[in-house]
Design a binder for this molecule. Structure first.
Ligand SMILES: [Fe+2]
Ligand SMILES: [Fe+2]
Length: 231
């Protein structure tokens, strides 16, 4: 490769490395690819971020599974709402098992607070379902609002900070591993947003006290995401 091409290449790499990520309240400095890298291996910083994504998403999907389990149990007498909750619950079971698989493939340790997430999520689902259908739907609205934004934030980082140098035309692209993860998160994000719409269509806004309930649950979810990313 000629000297001019090398300078052009290095400049592009440096420019790409100057982006920073502000997600979930954490500054994330993107990794620096090795000069001349043409492969898709991840740097230590990328690997650390990837592990964090898998850990928090596995914990989150586990929580979602148990929230719907609690709601289903508490509202098992309600023939109209039961199938609606069951449909969302089944999708969450699939989300959870997908991240369980990713967790073992990438050898990512689970959040050490997993027992707390389990108890808290089931308790939240059961308590809101026990209040009434509207409260259960308000819970779903709050949770899926937070999780939809959370997944979007991850997608931005995976798109912007995980491209490797691909070819001599200076085209950048993600590795297959990252593309697969992004595809999975996109599908799940869309399903979470469907759950959000379902909750609104099923009278989440009629829950009382709506504002207190949804804002409290959003704060709890955001706090759980913050903690599960780290421990
Ligand atoms: Fe989910
Ligand atoms: Fe969901």
């Amino acid at each position: 490769m000629r000297a001019g091409s090398n300078v052009k290449l290095c400049t592009k790499v440096l420019i790409r490395n100057q982006h920073t990520y502000q997600g979930s309240g954490v500054s994330y400095m993107p990794p620096k690819p090795e000069n001349g890298a043409t492969h898709s291996s991840l740097s230590p910083a990328q690997q650390a971020y990837l592990e964090r994504v898998i850990r928090v998403d596995q914990a989150g999907e586990l929580g979602a599974d148990l929230i719907y389990a609690g709601q289903y149990l508490a509202l098992s007498h309600n023939k109209k709402v039961k199938p609606i909750i069951k449909h969302m619950w089944e999708q969450e079971i699939h989300h959870r098992s997908t991240f369980n698989k990713l967790q073992s493939e990438h050898r990512v340790r689970p959040s050490i607070l997993t027992p707390l997430w389990k108890a808290g999520a089931f308790g939240l689902g059961f308590a809101t379902g026990f209040m009434n259908k509207e409260a259960a739907m308000a819970c779903t609205e709050a949770v899926e609002t937070v999780i939809g934004k959370h997944y979007n934030s991850q997608l931005r980082v995976l798109s912007n900070n995980f491209a490797d140098l691909k070819d001599s035309n200076d085209k950048f692209s993600n590795s297959k591993e990252i593309e697969h993860l992004k595809g999975t998160i996109k599908v799940f994000r869309d399903q979470e947003l469907e759950h959000l719409n379902t909750a609104i269509q099923n009278d989440s806004k009629n829950a009382r006290p709506y504002w207190l309930l949804t804002e409290t649950i959003k704060t709890v979810c955001k706090s759980a995401v913050f903690v599960a990313e780290r421990i």
